[in-house]
Design a protein around this ligand. Structure first.
Ligand code: GRG
Length: 303
């Protein structure tokens, strides 16, 4: 009998698969200015947990029950990592967070300059929409690819991640309630995680009812992920995180730990994780285990 992989091994294997695919994500025969190609690949290949692409692959397999479904979802997994990487490159710019280090390396603008970092981010964002239709050549119906593109435009754009980032920028220092903070995190962080889970689920052939329950999973996992991020910024290990801690305090950011304290924030992460897992169980997926394990893995993460 096949031994079932530990979740750590499953995620490491997903990272290897995704990183191999990312190497050739920008076709070698495209006539792209070399410095733009270098700047895009510098950030795409800088490492990171690759949790969003792993969720795409895991959701496809969870819904379909066949490992083959995650292979069909690989170009969508690369697309979500392009979007996530662009958001980090732009977020690190002097006009936003002005950070020097990301994923343990100098930020993109520190290596390539601000103009190139802005343009590399723009190109990564655009490239995601080139990758999604590629699922069709691996057997995914064109209607499904269209729905995935439409979801991405909504969840990464003005109504999603960018909208959340804008609310964060406009609200700086003025936020006083958990509900204001929740709005920011639900869009800035959860929406791309919702996209990752539901796009994989669409490739796996999910029903509307399953998609709705997986949206709930994504929202809760995303919120828990962000609160954990804020906790790690206060009490995490800089070497493991690959960036400086206490940046939220230095920037006088209002966070969950600031409003609730560390212990109550930890309890909230635990509660949201349980809710996420309950939604997955309600969805009656063919193989729900990996999505349940990923929620627990993120609950206990140290970086
Ligand atoms: C549209 C410019 C723009 C920004 C969007 C993603 C984002 C908002 C800002 C980046 C800063 C930040 C802390 C965002 C919250 C989401 C988050 C915790 C990102 C970090 O994701 P990880 O931990 O990063 O998955 P790795 O490096 O592991 O990929």
């Amino acid at each position: 009998m096949n031994e079932r992989k530990e979740i750590q091994t499953y995620l490491k294997d997903a990272v290897i698969t995704v990183e191999e695919a990312l190497k050739s994500v920008l076709p070698a025969d495209w006539d792209v200015p070399q410095r733009l190609r270098d700047s895009m690949m510098y950030s795409l290949e800088a490492g990171g947990k690759r949790i969003r692409p792993a969720l795409v692959l895991a959701a496809a397999e969870a819904v379909n029950g066949d490992e083959q479904a995650s292979a069909q979802a690989l170009s969508v997994a690369c697309a979500v990592e392009c979007i996530h990487t662009y958001s980090l490159v732009h977020d690190d710019l002097p006009a936003l967070d002005n950070d020097d280090y990301r994923r343990g390396k100098l930020t993109n603008h520190k290596v390539y300059g601000e103009a190139m970092a802005i343009l590399a981010g723009d190109a990564l964002l655009t490239h995601a929409f080139h990758l999604i239709p590629q699922t069709v050549s691996s057997g995914v119906p064109a209607q499904t690819a269209l729905a995935i593109s439409s979801d991405l435009a909504m969840l990464a754009g003005a109504r999603g991640m960018v909208g959340g980032q804008v609310a964060d920028v406009l609200g700086e220092q003025g936020i006083t309630s958990i509900s204001e903070l929740e709005y920011i995190h639900l869009h800035k962080t959860s929406d791309l995680i919702v996209f990752a889970v539901t796009s994989g689920a669409r490739v796996g052939g999910a029903s509307e009812q399953q998609l709705e329950l997986l949206r709930q999973y994504g929202r809760n996992v995303g919120l828990a992920f962000q609160i954990q991020d804020d906790i790690l910024d206060l009490i995490g290990d800089e070497a493991k995180l690959g960036k400086k801690t206490n940046s939220d305090v230095a920037q006088q950011k209002v966070t969950y730990p600031y409003l609730l304290g560390i212990e109550e924030s930890k309890a909230e992460v635990e509660r949201l994780t349980q809710e996420a897992k309950a939604a997955v169980l309600d969805a009656r997926l063919a193989e729900p285990l990996r999505l349940l394990e990923i929620a627990d893995y993120l609950l206990n993460r140290e970086y």
